[in-house]
Structures are given as C-alpha cells and as structure tokens.
Design a protein. Structure first.
Length: 250
C-alpha cells in the first residue's frame, strides 16, 4: 500500500484474531507497530511471534479504563516516535437472548466496544492533533452495526454506536488532516468467533447467507485496515467499508 512505510501504527486489541493479523500486516508494510491487548500473556506471546518481522512493542491494557488508555497511548507515542495510524480494534462479543441480558453484561460489552473505542480514539487523536501531521484512524464496527442479528442485542448496539462515533469524529477531525473511517466485517473466522458459535450453524450460515460461500479470514480484514490507512484511500473519510463476502447484498 502506498504511504505506509515508516509509519507508526497503534493497534488496540492486537494480541489475537483480527488485531494480531492487522499488526502482522502493518509490519509487512514496513511500519512500526505498537499493540495492546487485555491479556498480558497474550501480548507477550504476540510480541514474541511478530518480533522477527520488524519493530513491534506493546503492553496489556483494559481499553474501558481511562487510566489504562492514557498509559498505553503515552507508551505508544514514545516508542513509535509518534502515532500516525490508529487501528481501533479492541472488542468483545458473546451470544445471549435479549430477554436474558443482564445490565452487567450489557455494560461490559458497551464498556469495551464503545467506551473503549471512544477513549482510545480520543487519546490517539489528541496526540495526532498536537503533532500537526494528520493521520488515519480506522474504527472496528461490524455488519451487526448495519443490520440486526438475534442474540446479539448488546453487541449490535455497541457496533451501531461505533458507526455514528466514526462519522462524528470524521466531521471534527478532518480539519486537522486526520481521516476517520470504520470497518464492518461480516462472518470472519477468529478464535473469538470460534469460541462462541456452533460450527454446524456457521456452515449453514455460510451456505445460505454468504454469496461467496465461506467466512472471511482475519488476514482479509487486516488488508482492509491497511487500505484505509494508506494513501490509496486518501479521499475516503467518514465511511464504513463492508467486508462480508456479499452477506448484506442479500
């Protein structure tokens, strides 16, 4: 991708699944990468795995905690020599019927998926504005932010919120040369999705609802992250890029 080489990239939720694939992709694009994850051992394992590919640092961080985010963004700014790209990726999900959702479960998902998106996005954007060199932010939403799915009311609500957060950030940050967009993946095979979904149900969904006939991969979403962060997307701003194998075309 044009314009990525040498950039400093912060990846939240970068220690597994799509986030780990994104960290790898940006290293392959010759970027410097700082990643965070909720689990310290997961971060350590990822840094060990990706270390041979280039400059990569990271630490454990709960993105729903303001003090954790401040510490993480400060470390990323220092280690990267400036944050040029934010891959705002951290998120959680699980299946649960609407009538069974507790306030505690609702708050937990919204705290990570929406509050965390806000906290990391604001902290990184403040650094970008302060440096005056512009930047790119890509927030992780979902096709669940565009169309509902049963048993995911809390997750759907969080991802719908990310889309409006993205558009508002784009309106306010564009004047600083900071492009803000969102990704909306559909059915993607990751450790998180494998842990919460029945394989037989996934196979039926792929057959009946995805025109390409398969789930996507973390690497395919990582490629979309790289595109939106690159100069190849220099006039794409305030948008939501759907990566779903045609699922929403049905």
């Amino acid at each position: 991708m044009r314009g990525l080489s040498g950039k400093g990239v912060l990846v939240s939720g970068g220690s597994r699944g799509i986030g780990r694939a994104a960290a790898r992709r940006f290293l392959e694009e010759e970027c410097r990468v700082f990643l965070c994850g909720a689990d310290a051992q997961g971060v350590e394992d990822t840094l060990r795995e990706l270390g041979p590919l280039g400059f990569v640092r990271g630490l454990a961080c709960d993105v729903s905690r303001e003090e954790d985010v401040a510490r993480m963004v400060e470390a990323a700014e220092r280690d990267l020599g400036g944050i040029d790209v934010l891959v705002n990726n951290a998120g959680i999900a699980w299946q649960e019927p609407f009538l069974d959702i507790t306030a505690e479960h609702w708050d937990k998902i919204l705290a990570t998926n929406l509050r965390g998106m806000f906290l990391v996005g604001q902290a990184a954007a403040r650094r970008m504005v302060g440096r005056g060199r512009g930047g790119a932010i890509v927030n992780m939403s979902s096709t669940n932010g565009l169309a509902g799915e049963a048993d995911y009311a809390h997750y759907n609500a969080s991802k719908g919120g990310v889309l409006l957060l993205t558009k508002t950030m784009a309106l306010e940050l564009g004047k600083h040369g900071i492009r803000v967009n969102a990704l909306c993946p559909g059915k993607i095979r990751t450790p998180l999705s494998d842990a919460i979904e029945d394989p037989a149900a996934v196979a039926r969904f792929e057959r009946d609802f995805i025109p390409l006939g398969r789930s996507g991969t973390a690497e395919e979403v990582a490629a979309a992250y790289a595109f939106l962060a690159s100069d190849d997307a220099s006039f794409i701003h305030g948008e939501a890029l759907v990566v779903d194998g045609g699922q929403l075309a049905l």
